[in-house]
Design a binder for this molecule. Structure first.
Ligand SMILES: Cc1cc2nc3c(=O)[nH]c(=O)nc-3n(C[C@H](O)[C@H](O)[C@H](O)COP(=O)(O)OP(=O)(O)OC[C@H]3O[C@@H](n4cnc5c(N)ncnc54)[C@H](O)[C@@H]3O)c2cc1C
Length: 465
């Protein structure tokens, strides 16, 4: 529960204090600094990055100059339409439209003004997007994005204080936020004052109790994100009276390689691969997306095997470093005959052989049993490839209702002053509940997009909408 700062004294004061050093916090700090504010970032762990460092660093921009240069026609309107089609109706559709409108300027600002290496991805499709519009580091590694952002903070001499967990918000005598209380095993208690506090501490996917309360369908899924997403910032704004919106929505992942723990690229599925259950059978239309399909895997035995072929393996390994590493580590098994794969993975031989035959018919014809219409390269061919996987929870998408400047709102629509919510702390744009509404890039769009909005507004120079 946020505490009254009885003395009114602080150890240090800045104009804008940012809690959390992932994509949202680092971008908020850069935006606040660009708008002329003094700013500092406090991070509870000993390194910056959070979930952002674990991601592929793919940031959507609808209508960027890089798309135009590649001959891709896009616009904020088209992007918003795509995201809303995937998400279905939800409590912050206006935010989808706002973030889509601000996305291309953000990507261009990051690349041109801040010096972040981001390039348009054109070699594979992304869930929820009708045209290529995700921009990522060449390596497709979020760590490179984080390294670039941290370097940008250093160049601007913006303090980034690691190993400093914010334990609570501090309030003044009128109940308005006036700073934060830092306390931890290895740091002396410190009171940091700021008239504007940006919460960039991500959501609650790493907090089992909160996941059970708000996202019960993935309560038993393993959490594969960073350890810092423990939900305290969501609890702080909730305790200050913020309304929670889209709180049951999350990003799942249907196919985390087991036991390797890295993602089995969904491009394997988009190019024609399918998922089979412990009975060796397919169980749904995989093209609903890796996030939505995670709940299907949980409901169908809790483990899945991705079946594809050597052609797809080589195509994806040629484009995606993380998948190439998985192949090099032996995470993908190949065989001429599906029965050999079944024996290796302990699946029923007859069932898997029948699934391979049926899938070839489904992919060649027009009437897949589960309604899937796109099989990428077409029917799978020998040699076949397979990877054992488990479903995972990556991050939560719901949080505090906000206004257009990322200020949390109470149920009656009034603002909670002097505080801003971004990323997993704020309402997301991936539907009301579940994982099906998630489009690729929604995580970083709500993190970095709202980070930029919040940083600028906290420095009193709100962004155009
Ligand atoms: C494996 C994986 C792949 C993904 N791929 C993509 C992708 O390609 N594109 C996409 O858009 N999204 C992706 N996502 C989701 C995306 O990573 C997140 O939505 C996004 O990174 C959130 O950014 P953030 O800055 O809000 O949070 P984070 O990057 O998690 O940063 C939050 C920071 O706050 C710190 N913190 C928390 N509490 C406190 C506290 N009390 N005091 C101080 N510091 C605190 C944390 O330690 C952390 O460093 C992926 C997620 C995972 C797990």
């Amino acid at each position: 529960m946020p505490q009254i700062n009885t003395t009114g004294d602080f150890d240090t004061e800045v104009d804008v204090l940012v809690v959390g050093a992932g994509g949202a916090g680092l971008v908020a700090a850069l935006a606040a600094h660009a708008a002329g504010a003094t700013v500092a970032v406090v991070e509870k762990h000993d390194r910056a990055g959070g979930n952002t460092a674990l991601s592929t660093g793919s940031v959507p921009g609808g209508g960027t100059r890089y798309q135009a240069e590649a001959g891709i026609e896009d616009s904020p309107e088209r992007m918003a339409e795509d995201l809303l089609r995937q998400s279905g109706p939800h409590e912050a559709e206006w935010l989808t439209r706002q973030l889509a409108a601000q996305s291309a300027p953000m990507v261009e600002w990051l690349r041109e003004d801040v010096g972040i290496e981001l390039e348009l991805i054109t070699d594979y499709k992304h869930v929820g997007h009708s045209v290529p519009r995700l921009h990522a580091p060449r390596s497709r590694k979020g760590q490179d994005l984080v390294d670039d952002l941290v370097r940008a903070l250093e160049e601007r001499e913006i303090p980034l204080v690691l190993g400093h967990p914010v334990e609570d918000l501090l309030l003044d005598d009128d109940g308005a936020v006036s700073g934060v209380l830092v306390r931890g095993d290895r740091v002396a208690e410190t009171r940091l004052g700021a008239p504007n506090v940006v919460l960039a501490a991500n959501g609650f996917a790493g907090n089992r109790d909160m996941v059970r309360e708000y996202c019960p369908d993935v309560a038993d899924a393993e959490y594969f994100g960073a350890h810092g997403s423990t939900g305290e910032a969501v609890a702080w704004v909730r305790d200050l009276g913020a309304k929670l919106e889209n709180i049951g929505a999350y990003q799942g992942y249907a196919a985390v390689a087991y036991p390797h723990g890295s993602i089995t690229s969904w491009t394997t599925v988009e190019m024609g691969g399918v998922l089979v259950n412990p009975d060796g059978e397919r169980f749904g239309d995989e093209t609903i997306g890796y996030s939505g399909f995670a709940a299907d895997v949980i409901a169908n035995g809790g483990a899945a095997w991705v079946l594809f072929d050597e052609r797809i393996r080589d195509y994806v390994a040629g484009n995606e470093l993380e998948f190439r590493e998985l192949v090099e580590l032996g995470g993908v098994r190949t065989a001429e005959n599906p029965r050999e794969l079944a024996r290796f993975f302990g699946l029923p031989e007859d069932a898997l052989a029948a699934t391979v035959e049926q899938t070839a018919r489904d992919a060649a014809g027009s009437a897949d049993r589960f309604g899937r219409t796109d099989f990428g390269f077409g029917p799978l061919q020998a040699p076949y490839a397979m990877c054992r996987t488990t479903p995972g929870l990556f991050h939560t998408q719901g949080g505090a209702a906000i206004d257009a400047d990322a200020r949390p709102l109470r149920a009656d629509g009034t603002q909670i002053p002097r505080i801003f919510a971004t990323g997993g702390v704020a309402v997301g744009i991936s539907g009301r509940t579940g994982g099906r509404g998630y489009s690729s890039g929604n995580g970083l769009l709500t993190a970095m997009g709202l980070g930029r909005v919040a940083g600028a507004a906290a420095a009193n120079v709100p962004l155009p909408r």
